[in-house]
Write a protein that binds this ligand. Structure first.
Ligand code: RP5
Length: 172
């Protein structure tokens, strides 16, 4: 039996260090759940500027449609990548220094006018939301993904209903 053809990645996940991986795996989980093809790699704005530039410049021609970037500390990676591509870039600030991610949040979100980075929450919730936002962007031209996103929202609603049943009580 022939090997199954690998799909071209639509979402790129880039992180500044292998120490960011446990956070960025949250984004990976969501993309897997929605069967969205992705690639994941490592590059640093400061330690490997040439690799970072190559990644950003080649992203579009390689078929990527959205890039998710996670970095901690003085997190310039998302901004640098955004400066070298016209693809939407979603930034995930990571708690990796004594400043607990506030440094990374501000470095990621506070872009100068003209080069946006859609900045998520610090940490795992941010990584998860980055993947959902990426899927929402892809869903603009995918009816299948729109259906999957509606189902996902229904599941969230259902989970709250179930939990509410478990704790609802009163004195009357
Ligand atoms: C950032 O510095 C990385 O994104 C990481 O969050 C942080 C620490 O990196 P390591 O020293 O663990 O490689 O560039």
């Amino acid at each position: 039996m022939g090997e199954k053809k690998r799909k071209t990645p639509l979402v790129g996940i880039v992180m500044g260090s292998d120490s960011d991986l446990p956070v960025m795996e949250e984004a990976e989980k969501v993309l897997n759940q929605f069967h969205v093809p992705y690639e994941i790699t490592l590059s640093s704005a400061h330690r490997s500027p040439n690799r970072t530039q190559r990644y950003a410049k080649s992203a579009e021609e390689r078929g990527l449609e959205v890039i998710i970037v996670g970095a901690g500390a003085a997190a310039h990676l998302a901004g640098v990548i955004a400066s070298k591509t016209t693809l939407p870039v979603i930034g995930v600030p990571i708690d990796a220094s004594p400043l607990k991610g506030m440094d990374s949040l501000l470095s990621t979100v506070q872009m100068p006018g003209g080069i946006p980075v859609a900045t998520m929450a610090i940490g795992k919730a941010g990584a998860r939301n980055a993947a959902i936002l990426a899927i929402q962007i892809l869903a603009l031209k995918s009816p299948q993904l729109r259906v999957a996103l509606r189902e996902y929202k229904e599941q969230l609603e259902q989970a709250v209903e179930e939990k509410a049943k478990g704790i609802e009580r009163g004195s009357a």
